[in-house]
Design a protein around this ligand. Structure first.
Ligand SMILES: [Zn+2]
Length: 340
């Protein structure tokens, strides 16, 4: 028990804090990020070397300009050959311009013939959160919740632990669900270990099989068709936002159609009608609901595609069933599926 309690506070900077003004000659603030292959890098790993930090967003016009002519790639090749460490950092949040998952970033590197030392992913998009690992007490809360196999109990245990481990710095209820889940996976892999072994049902015989997963390989999905601004008719567009944990707290008890409606009500940020802007936060939820209920099927589908393509935590898995030999090829979605 003492071993856990003696662990120092672990500061994980997903990005350099904006306030980190560094004087020339001083050590740069430490950060730890995963690269596009899932390998973790600490800035201090490169102590004593020249390190180039390049912020990368392939949809940014300036980035496009320097990559399309091959200038950036030339610099990367020239300087990495001289022993310089070149880190390209993608800090666009899921759903934001330039966001990439690991495999997408890998494909970009190949496609552009880029040659950085590594492409680092910072999907929390600019939020820096300090946390300490779980202590035994918190691990116990989580284990008990996992044994209950009840999604609500598990989610509330996760919220409790995140809040405790971040010393209240994170208001879990105000986070989009995917951010809460991602934060929890980071915490879990730094506290207990990177590997989990959930039991996954075989799709043929329905018997459970233990499957090993590396939590570090799980990144929020990003769908190329995901759009935040949805034009409905000629002069009406809807701007969407990600529903928070708090927004979704009662959703499990609702019928499917109510679930879909609630999700949409909570996902609408603004409505543009001609010159007018309506902020959903200033409207009565009943009014927002009425607005949705008056839509045609086609308009409803357009809006709902936002929810369907929203970033999620998922992991593709393949395993041969130990009971019937069936080759399973499936996808685990959402945090509880990784710990079942
Ligand atoms: Zn089977």
């Amino acid at each position: 028990m003492g071993r856990y309690l003696l662990l120092p506070v672990l500061a994980i900077g997903w990005t350099l804090p904006a306030s980190a003004a560094v004087e020339p000659g001083e050590a740069a603030p430490e950060f730890t990020l995963n690269d596009s292959k899932g390998t973790s890098h600490k800035l201090s790993d490169f102590r004593g070397k020249l390190v180039v930090l390049e912020w990368l967003n392939h949809e940014c016009p300036f980035v496009k300009k320097h990559y399309s002519g091959g200038d950036m790639q030339r610099l990367q090749k020239e300087y990495t050959a001289k022993g310089v460490v070149w880190l390209s950092i993608i800090s666009s949040a899921p759903g934001k311009q330039g966001h990439r998952t690991g495999p997408q970033a890998e494909a970009d590197t190949k496609d552009k013939d880029a040659a950085p030392t590594a492409v680092l992913l910072d999907p929390a998009g600019g939020k820096k959160i300090e946390y300490r690992p779980f202590v035994v007490k918190e691990e116990k809360i989580l284990l008990m919740a996992a044994e209950s196999k009840d999604e609500k109990t598990i989610n509330s245990a996760i919220r409790e632990v995140i809040s405790a481990c971040t010393n209240g710095a994170v208001d879990v209820f105000k986070l989009p669900l995917v951010d809460m889940e991602y934060l929890f996976l980071q915490l879990r892999s730094h506290s207990v270990g990177e590997t989990v072994k959930p039991n996954v049902k075989c799709s043929k015989c329905e018997l459970p099989n233990e499957v090993e997963i590396n939590l570090k390989e799980i990144q929020p999905t990003s769908d190329p068709d995901h759009k935040k601004v949805i034009p409905l008719v000629a002069d009406i567009s809807v701007v969407m936002k990600y529903p928070t944990v708090d927004d979704l707290k009662d959703i499990d008890s609702q019928s499917d159609i109510d679930k879909a409606l609630t999700l949409l009500v909570k996902s609408i940020d603004k409505v543009y009608q001609g010159e007018k802007i309506f902020n959903a936060s200033e409207m009565d939820p009943k009014e927002v609901r009425g607005f949705i209920e008056e839509m045609t099927q086609e308009q409803f589908k357009k809006l709902f595609s936002f929810v369907e393509t929203m970033p999620k935590l998922e992991k593709k898995i393949q395993f041969k069933c130990k009971h019937c030999g069936h080759e399973n090829d499936s996808t685990l979605r959402g945090i509880t599926s990784f710990f079942s």
